[in-house]
Ligand binder design. Sequence first.
Ligand SMILES: Nc1ncnc2c1ncn2[C@@H]1O[C@H](COP(=O)(O)OP(=O)(O)OP(=O)(O)O)[C@@H](O)[C@H]1O
Ligand SMILES: [Mg+2]
Length: 406
Amino acid sequence: MEESKRFTKATWRIMEQLLEVDNLDEALAGSIEIIVNELNSEAGAIWLLDPKTDRLSPLFHIGPADISNISVENGLGIEGVVTKTGESVMVTDAQNDPRFDGTIFDDNGLITKTMICVPLNNLHDVIGCVQIVNKKDGSLYDEEELQLCERMASLAAITIDEKGLIVDLGEKKEILASLRNVIKEFPSGDGVSRVLKGINLDIYKNEFVVVLGESGCGKSTMMNIVGGMDFLTDGTLIIENKDFSHPTDAELTKFRREYVGFIFQAYNLMPNLTALENVQFIAELVDDPMDPHEAIAKVGLAQRENNYPGQMSGGQQQRVSIARALVKKPRLILADEPTAALDYTTSIEVLSVIEDIVKNQGTTVMMVTHNVEIAKMADRVVKVRNGKIASIKKNLHPLHAEELIW
Ligand SMILES: Nc1ncnc2c1ncn2[C@@H]1O[C@H](COP(=O)(O)OP(=O)(O)OP(=O)(O)O)[C@@H](O)[C@H]1O
Ligand SMILES: [Mg+2]
């Protein structure tokens, strides 16, 4: 297909995306996804300027580097220069470009070579920029591709103007766990199969991060590594500034016991113990547990402490399993499809409890789900594809559990 025709189609798809998708950050994310694919690129990001701090921060990014926590001063780095001047930039050799800031992508898992960066203008101001990085085939970007990006940016700016956008990307978050170039291989036949192919991801304190991705892409494997349930083959895992890539058995046991709580699709309660006893049983294993009664009350089951699992609904049983995770006072709760076996109403009950844990206990929750609606509750949505991080999106306005509909 002729280049210009191809780009006309891409422009149409971007327009549809921006006009038809209700949620603004979703629409922007979808548009940049179209461009990254159309320009056969490795990465892309949409940066927004927070007028309070005069700093830019990524709302959404595609590609293997986790830049969620990066912010740049307006005027600095190529992103800052474009936002400050309002002029597009095409970079042919980033590493030798004096404006280039290597700490943005390069320290987070992606070596920047070439780039297009265009301003996001509304009627009066530059409100950020759109950036596309590295053609996959190593070639340079051309004028026409730059124009497509500019077109996308102006369409996006119109939508932003129409729908209104208050940018408050929050403070820089403290990192709880950090994965860098994490590789996981399993033995397979005569050789090995590589399931995680270089994961770069930071998980912040007190955030709710949702992980999406097709079956078999490596979500559970990644969570199990973060939770000390499995070992990585290569790369690094840092937990609270400590290298945890190759823990000893003793460290691992302590970590699993004291630090993480797990919630699975199957509740795995002991059928011959009451709700309270199921929770007490775990409390006895840790040094400084929460009062089991309190843990049960937090999941709204104070009246049902003495029920056996067989006497409770699926949602109630799942809440007991959440209480069992909570009673350890873990820093991190890992939830692998916790609502997959539940109907809508009980799912919302369980999700409300999880929301409360993040908001009121200061716990970090990382949750895998196949339900894209649930992702609207998250602070960040991480998409995994074929053993790599495909994209990370911040929700500007996370929904409450009760607002979700499916
Ligand atoms: N212990 C193991 N030994 C060998 N292969 C494994 C092992 N665990 C996972 N795999 C393989 O790794 C790949 C990723 O599995 P994983 O369970 O992480 O996927 P997932 O994204 O959680 O999928 P789902 O959405 O179906 O739960 C799959 O191809 C799976 O067969
Ligand atoms: Mg899984």
